[in-house]
Design a protein around this ligand. Structure first.
Ligand SMILES: N[C@@H](CCC(=O)N[C@@H](CS)C(=O)NCC(=O)O)C(=O)O
Length: 200
């Protein structure tokens, strides 16, 4: 299988952490690509009409996208139980929360890096950060019990989302007022899968 990859993408990192955690790293070749909302890499378009990464080619059917589909496929392929039936709705909601933090903060990065300076909107960027900040605060107040349990896909999504905020939006100081989540992330970032995929 081949994974369209960029080390800085938190969505791609979810997939690569999942490969590590489920022992499937050797089954996938990483293909580094550069793609942006206004300039899609042509080699991705052949597999994913949206031009986004991650996308995973596989021997038993058409390529898979997006990260949630790929991670679920990899989990099923190995029977890894990162989506345990007993708490599936919590896991999916937690994964969606991580993805929402990524959506908002990746959009902030694109606004500054890809959109021409005269079209950039500070108001829009602040509104995106407000989404991410509310989600981070909700994790700190409502999700710590879940996060301290057995590893599942929700944990991986949150770890990758917070890693991306550190990478691109460190100045926002997300740890302030979110002590429990900050302590959890400190430990989570020490996992071998997270250390091996650190984008810095
Ligand atoms: N919902 C998608 C989001 C993927 C995504 O936004 N990837 C970014 C890189 S971090 C991308 O490919 N952007 C290029 C574009 O928007 O065309 C997923 O979970 O895979």
């Amino acid at each position: 299988m081949q994974l369209f990859h960029s080390a800085a993408s938190p969505f791609v990192r979810k997939v690569v952490v999942t490969l590590h955690e489920t022992g499937q790293l050797g089954d996938v070749e990483l293909l580094n690509v550069q793609t942006t909302p206004i300039k899609s890499a042509p080699e991705i378009l052949a597999h994913n009409p949206t031009g986004k990464i991650p996308a995973l080619t596989r021997p038993d059917g058409p390529a898979l996208y997006d990260s949630r589909v790929i991670c679920r496929y990899l989990d099923a392929r190995k029977g890894a139980k990162l989506y345990p039936a007993s708490r599936i709705w919590d896991v999916l909601t937690l994964e969606a929360t991580g993805d929402a933090i990524m959506d908002a903060t990746v959009a902030m990065t694109y606004e500054r890096r890809v959109r021409p300076a005269e079209q950039q909107s500070d108001e829009w960027i602040e509104a995106q950060w407000a989404k991410a900040a509310r989600a981070i605060s909700a994790l700190n107040t409502r999700w710590m019990s879940h996060l301290s349990g057995r590893l599942d896909m929700g944990h991986i999504a949150i770890g990758c989302a917070l890693g991306y905020v550190d990478l691109r939006h460190d100045a926002r100081a997300w740890r302030k007022g979110n002590d429990a989540l900050a302590a959890w992330y400190e430990r989570f970032a020490e996992r071998e899968s997270m250390r091996a995929t650190h984008p810095g």
